[in-house]
Design a protein around this ligand. Structure first.
Ligand code: FAD
Length: 173
């Protein structure tokens, strides 16, 4: 949804799709993988929206080290490249945590993504989803952003791929 306006489609897309593309979706948070020293145990920590880290969840843990995921809701709240700041914020919710390594990408700054997983603005679902999914002539659109279920997830990407493949099959018949 966020990058479609960057693609030139000739002779142009329908009015419905133009309206759907008028503003990006709200998904712009960070998902940071952090390898921590020692065994953190199996954790799920939720923090208020005002905090740079709003959720920590363990992926695996062992005495040799633990892997956790940290979620932030906005890119300007937590720079995924700023390890010292991530350590500082992590200490606020898990005082004993010591970061050994981090892995993350600023998807909001990536020109081929311009955001993270799709989170539509309130009230826009009925307008955006059918309009984005609608074929434009012989061009068919698959994207997790157009899924009926699991929108903004990998399952939604697969669902939309199946839908677009069916449409193309019908067109070819
Ligand atoms: C940080 C993060 C964590 C996530 N975690 C999970 C998770 O745990 N579980 C889950 O189910 N989902 C997760 N998601 C969501 C999931 O990754 C997406 O919903 C899914 O990958 C979308 O698939 P897609 O094929 O619709 O789009 P994409 O995978 O985004 O594919 C679109 C492609 O279009 C390309 N593109 C963009 N612009 C152009 C252009 N102008 N010309 C040519 N190509 C272009 C892009 O490079 C990209 O390869 C996460 C997303 C993010 C960002």
């Amino acid at each position: 949804m966020n990058v479609l306006p960057d693609i030139a489609i000739s002779p142009g897309v329908s009015a419905g799709k133009k309206t759907a593309m008028r503003s990006p979706h709200a998904g712009s948070g960070s998902k940071i993988f952090a390898e921590l020293e020692g065994d953190t145990g199996n954790l799920s920590i939720l923090a208020p929206q005002s905090r740079p880290i709003v959720w920590l969840a363990t992926q695996r843990h062992a005495p040799e080290g633990s892997l956790v995921i940290l979620f932030s809701t906005r890119p300007n709240r937590l720079d995924p490249a700023d390890r010292d700041e991530i350590q500082r914020q992590l200490t606020e919710i898990l005082p004993q945590a010591r970061i050994r390594a981090i892995a993350a990408t600023d998807w909001a700054a990536d020109p081929f993504s311009k955001g993270s997983w799709c989170a539509l603005q309130p009230g826009r679902t009925r307008e955006v989803v059918p309009a984005l999914a609608r074929p434009e002539g012989r061009i068919h659109f698959a994207s997790a952003d157009t899924a009926q279920g699991w929108r903004g997830f990998v399952d939604g990407a697969i669902e939309s791929g199946l839908r677009a493949a069916r449409e193309i099959g019908e067109t070819l018949r």
